[in-house]
Design a protein around this ligand. Sequence first.
Ligand SMILES: [Cu+2]
Length: 666
Amino acid sequence: MKSFILNRHGSLVLPQNLFPETDFCSLETRKKFAAVVKRDLEQKAPTRRDLLEHKRPVAWRHVPKKRDDLFLPALRLAPALLILASIPVGAAVQPAATGSSAPPPVPLVADPCPRRFAAGDVVQNPPALFSSNGVLSVRFSYQHRIDAYNRELFCFMTPDGLQNPTLHVNPGDHLTITVTNNTPALPLTMLLNPPNCGASSMGPSSLNLHYHGTNTSPTCHSDEVIKTIINSGATFQYDVAFPADEPPGLYWYHPHVHGQLERALQGGVAGAIVVDGIENVQPAVSGLRQQILIVRDQAIPGQPAPGGNIPSWDVTLNYVPVLSPADPGATDFVPATLQMQAGEQQLWRVSNSSADTILDLQYVFDGVPQTLQLVAIDGVPVNSQDGAQPGQPIPAKHFRLPPAARVEFIVAAPPASVQLAQLMTLGIDTGPTGDNDPQRPLASIKLVAVADGALVHGADAGAGANDGRDDGRVGLFSALNPRQRRFAGLSSAPVAVRRTLYFDEKTDSSGETTFFMASQGQPEQPFDPNAPASIVATQGTAEEWTVENHTAENHEFHVHQLHFLVESQNNFKINGAHRAPGVTGQYLDTVEVPYWDQNPSHPFPNVKLLVDFRGPDIGNFVYHCHIAEHEDHGMMSIIDVRPPSVAGKASAIQAIGASPAVGPLK
Ligand SMILES: [Cu+2]
């Protein structure tokens, strides 16, 4: 394991897998701190590779706390702050809120992060909140708890006890969220240079929010994740303005603090955002019963070695756990239950909100794949942006759903003659160094005869109803809506710049791997929130990006604030991989690039993307691999989109990250 370092901006960077149960008490000097790191992490704790090869936990937080050769006394907050001794006190203590009027904090909610479902339970729609008069105003208490398997769970709770509710907005609406970070304070480990948004130092208990896939502004109090930090005890207010031309479909929200993404997502903190109105772009969904299906992943109890049918991570479906077999050769998965009425069609709106688990969805009757009628991908109704309205669904026998991607499709209930109807994920060849994502059933279909509207209406928080409204059905088609064609004309837009980006990984002699989201022609650097942007683009243009995979595992390319047109998927066959069905020619925010076979005579698998900067959003935001473990370990970079009037004045605006940080610790 690497010891901690000061980066080139003078910020303290702790080892990526350091977790703050480490004893920081009485560490008044850098030397003492280094000694503890050496004693407890370098000498006694196994390296990450060691952990992986022995199929043991891969993060410090997973190291068994009962090992008597590890020094893990209880954390005491005040002394811990001594490690920030050279940070001005004001920098480590965040004011209650920024902005003109400080919102009152959202108090702790009793019984946080409930997970009341057992394996095999019926999947219920999450609780839902709806905007009215152009605004959806939400109050969130960010909380955690430890479950029976020693897993740390995270959640947003509303004051009346809803957990991670689905947020329904219309194009043009404002989503205002007041959030209080009610998780326990942990040591702050890194300084953020100005300009700041919230606190100027961050650590494992820091929070912010990302509105994934939304074409919203990357500014403070909107969808900004590089400098927005809400530390324990602080309250922060978001006001996210959805554009009037936002395509109707499924988006999602989750915390996005660098280094903490995997921990948060595997703790389950994620919820759906639905931009309503898809029925007037894809009339095929009019009035259908809908199931909002959020796939999350989490550590398997007992942390068995992955292999065979033992996955790297268990998955859940709206918090119904999908159990995996204890034996790698066994197939006794226990899927969740999805209810349908005989003869009906349903709209399934699936968000892969897992940290690391790649899905390849298939709907199977007695072993025979059924047709999914794809109606939207990553929030954008398919075939809706150009040409004649309405959009035409795409038939597919399976759909590859990388972490963070969403797909919405129509399925038909199985005829009574079918013995076993299931939603499943096919096995994924993630590459030699990737996770084990075996084929497994996610849910079995159960035909029921229940009065209309009572079928999938429910609240997975267990408390409260659905805001007085039924989230169980899509609205009825009224008239074709041509206004949500945000990306219209992109395919014929002139290409202003062509770039090649690539995923890379470097493993050092200790077995520690650093992950890079690199740009051809620039030195590889792991993500640093204080660094200047790697790419400067001009608002109003379109760029063609070729995103290559130079590594031995799959990666999932995601850009904040915008969508791209998938032009082509290339060289996938060198691994026997197939192009993902349904995505070429569509508008995505997340796309998979399969691994390279490491044969120097083989080309890199890549995707060609037409990236749309024609929208109004300017500023700094990120692009990264959405396998959370990879992003946490550095696979992310910053892009700066500038209005045409200032683009080109490159030296004038390198503001973020340019100012010198405080001096090193003594
Ligand atoms: Cu990755």
